[in-house]
Design a protein around this ligand. Structure first.
Ligand code: AMP
Length: 269
């Protein structure tokens, strides 16, 4: 299997935004967010070969933002496992399965959700991986067992991803970014308190909802997430490197420039 790995950071439900970004379609991943009960309204025509990408990187590196931009530019669907958990959290408690409630508790503590739960969630959404629109996986795989299971799933579906991209950044920059991250409690869009000149409690520039710091972006939880990343998720990079598939992108600086660098890697392959 030919797989290139791209590593970047995460974006919350529904999509990664900055104040300066334009909007993009979000009706194309309901099947991913809701699972087997969801049907996408927008089905890609499949007229060109869809891009199939995996993004890796520390929390806060900008994976979600880059996945959203790649979705705009390449059309592939942004499939984030973190978004599935956050989406479940917006549903009435009686609609949440015990496994999903347990998953959200792990998330709020800054811990990884157990492999078996995440795997079940991905497995029941496997149709999204062979959708004609392609995919950009964000936040999965996060452990070596998840990566191995994904390889087997890809093989069973006869899928050959185009790339696995690893977004690299200094940890101090990650701490800074997550510390300044604000999310809209209504539309889920993400802003940076410093660069977008906003603060917690202010109205969302996009929808007027209220901006707040995500529970898992609070300082203690961020420290825990970074520790978990170093001990459990970094070996996933090695897994793809050993397969000769890892592509590294320096993920510091201007969002558009980082995206251009990713696109250059994809075009060069
Ligand atoms: P993210 O938005 O990707 O940062 O994910 C938010 C949280 O969801 C993580 O901190 C984990 O608690 C959980 N999560 C998302 N994806 C995974 C995964 N592949 N494996 C384990 N936990 C996950």
């Amino acid at each position: 299997m030919q797989l290139t790995v791209i590593s970047i950071t995460a974006m919350p439900f529904p999509l990664a935004y900055t104040a300066s970004m334009t909007t993009f379609s979000k009706a194309d991943r309901i099947a991913w967010l809701q699972g087997p009960s969801g049907h996408c309204d927008v089905v890609p025509d499949g007229s060109s070969a869809p891009w199939m990408l995996v993004l890796l990187g520390a929390p806060g590196v900008g994976k979600g933002t880059q996945a959203a931009l790649l979705h705009e530019r390449l059309g592939s669907c942004h499939l984030s496992t973190g978004d599935v958990f956050r989406h479940a959290g917006t549903r009435p408690e009686c609609d949440q399965s015990p496994a999903m409630r347990e998953a959200m508790a792990y998330m709020l503590r800054g811990e990884l959700v157990p492999d078996s739960t995440v795997w079940e969630l991905v497995r029941e959404r496997k149709a999204c991986l062979h959708c004609r629109g392609g995919f950009i996986l964000d936040g999965f795989p996060r452990t070596v067992p998840q990566a191995r299971a994904l390889t087997v799933l890809f093989e069973s579906l006869n899928i050959t991803p185009d790339a696995v991209i690893n977004m690299d950044i200094d940890e101090s920059e990650v701490v800074n970014r997550l510390g300044n991250r604000l999310a809209c409690t209504n539309c889920g869009r993400i802003f940076n308190a410093v660069t977008d000149h906003l603060k917690s409690g202010a109205p969302c520039p996009a929808c007027g909802g209220q901006l707040s710091v995500r529970d898992d972006d609070k300082p203690e939880t961020v420290r825990k997430r970074l520790h978990v990343y170093r001990s459990t998720t970094m070996p996933v990079k090695d897994y793809y490197e050993q397969l000769g598939l890892l592509k590294n992108v320096h993920a510091s600086g201007d969002i558009e420039h980082i995206n251009d660098a990713i696109l250059r890697i994809l075009r060069a392959d």
